[in-house]
Design a protein around this ligand. Structure first.
Ligand SMILES: [Zn+2]
Length: 115
């Protein structure tokens, strides 16, 4: 779901054709997560087109990956604290990355391990 530049090692949440370092075509698709750690989170109480407030957004440091901005599924609970473990979920209908609170991957992935 992301890419890592073979030249400078920069990880990004997608695979750009040109890395910010200037290397063209050097970004190899690779996957990150699905586990990550919340860097910070915020809850938007203002209406955003297509979304019903409150909307929780968090910056998440994916394990061995980039920092992404994702929507958080709250299930009416409190927003995650910095340092909380989250799992990358699927993209929603709006194309937003969605994470769920907790370290159990929601994605059906064969590489999952329980610890
Ligand atoms: Zn690069």
């Amino acid at each position: 779901m992301g890419g890592r530049c073979g030249h400078c090692g920069l990880a990004s949440a997608y695979a750009p054709p040109i890395c910010p370092c200037g290397q063209v075509g050097g970004v190899e698709p690779c996957t990150f997560g699905p586990s990550g750690t919340v860097f910070s989170s915020t809850v938007l109480e203002i209406p955003v087109p297509g979304r019903t407030p409150p909307v929780c957004l968090a910056y998440v440091d994916l394990d061995e990956g980039p920092r992404i901005l994702a929507h958080v599924e709250l299930d009416s609970g409190p927003p995650p604290e910095p340092g909380a473990k989250v799992s990358l979920n699927v993209k929603n209908d709006l194309g937003d990355l969605v994470v769920s609170i907790g370290s159990t991957p929601v994605l059906d992935n064969h590489g999952a391990h329980n610890d």
